[in-house]
Ligand binder design. Sequence first.
Ligand SMILES: [Zn+2]
Length: 166
Amino acid sequence: MTSAIRSKSRGFQRGRGGSERHDPYRSDAKLAGPGCCPGCGAVYLAGRWSWRRRPIGARGIECPACARIRERCPAGVLRLDGNLGSRRDELLGLVRNVEERERLQHPLERVIAIRARRGGLVVETTGVHLARRITDALERAFHSAAELDFAPGEELLRARWTAPEA
Ligand SMILES: [Zn+2]
């Protein structure tokens, strides 16, 4: 149903087409030793962030998700348009449920903010992955395709989903 639209987002594949994506919030340089984010408690160990007990000797290092939240610099921006009306609570619940699920497995995938804007909603996320998961869930729940815009080499996914007529 959404394959034609999805093809716009080919750049989502990491490193596809030879264009390495550049994300200033996720430095490729491995940090020395274990770290722990003072903001959220995520632990950096062996090159990745996870939820675990703080290792002995861990230094305080702000995680990329907390840095994005602090600087209000989203990696995913989703616009929910159309006649949201009575669906608004259902949509908010769906967004929160997906975030909850993804965040447990991926500490860097979080919702920064959900804002009301011009009759619709705007959801900002710290990660592209979460933005995709929320978009997928909306499409499944409402049988209504989203438009995705993701430029290769850029760490910003824009998506626009329009609620079907009630
Ligand atoms: Zn953090």
